[in-house]
Design a protein around this ligand. Sequence first.
Ligand code: PLP
Length: 382
Amino acid sequence: MYASRMSNLPPYLFARIDEMKAKQQQKGVDIIDLGVGDPDLPTPPHIVASLCEAAKNPENHHYPSYSGMPAYRAAVADWYKNRFGVSLDPGKEVVALMGSKDGIAHIAEAFVNPGDYVLAPSPGYPVYRTGTLFAEGIVHEMPLTRENAFVPVLDDIPKKVIKSAKLMFINYPNNPTAAVAPGGFYREVVDFATEHNIVVVSDNAYSEIAYDGYRAPSFLETKGAMEVGIEMHSLSKTYNMTGWRIGMAVGNADILAGLGRVKTNVDSGVFNAVQQAAITALSGSQDCVRNACTIYQERRDVLIAGLRDLGFDVPSPEATFYIWLPVQDCMAFSAKLLNEAGIVATPGIGFGSSGEGYVRFAITRPVVRIQEAIERMRRLDL
Ligand SMILES: *Cc1c(COP(=O)(O)O)cnc(C)c1O
């Protein structure tokens, strides 16, 4: 009944974990879910109030413009200028997205012919792969390993792959490894993409979730980046707005025009009232973002200290709300955590073959629950 491309899609791991989790819940187990990367904190009230106000205005009830309200695109450009020092023309260099997943899932349709290569990090956000498969491209996994600071080694990519590579996804601060981009990496990527004529898509969803004074850069800060690439960003993680579905693609105007043409044919834009609330989020006080990071930082410290006390050798991340824990066998480890301790952690293999040997914890639960998880793990033979 289904098209053959459907059988190429990997089983969506999170759906399977949900099933396993439901089974435990039916047995009455009190589950501590450190699996899915969805903030537990609410959207800040001033942003919610802005949506409520905008929803009452009948002018906002019509089809939105495809590329986003001019005021939203201007707010995005201002935010990029203030935050990264990157200048963007809101008319041509900013496109509204229904969350960055929207842009990531559709970009390959605009640039990839059947059989072309797409370079994607492994482990990585699963949508780089699925977007490529829908465009009938071939994914070349760039392994992210601890020895290489979870950064792809561009020299390791085979010549034949480079020749027919059209797109390259990069993602720092990184999901799932929680690594940040080392100085010089973006320079290397821009030079590589310029030489080989590859479109770079930087996924910067976690730039604002950072600790100990770390400030994540934008890929577009690098000289020459605007000529070869775009950046996907989102309000989801920054303002606890995962359910709202709003983000942005910014950067090279021609690349964005390609993405925009695909989107014009498959969706009809983001609800104007949501865009209005997003303007409030981007242009208002950023105290809410700092407060969220303070909360995550305490959770990170508690989880890292607990895991180290249990004997794990795990680095403390400077950014994202993930902990990437080295283990022997990721499926066996996460099954044991779930079935014997009621703790959900994501097996690394779900993010690509190079994710084997790790599980990912999302610190999207209160400190007391993280402490409880550590206590439960102490009772297991790990
Ligand atoms: C959460 C996430 C996204 C997408 O989030 P949206 O809600 O679609 O904006 C994109 N990339 C990575 C790496 C993510 O973790």
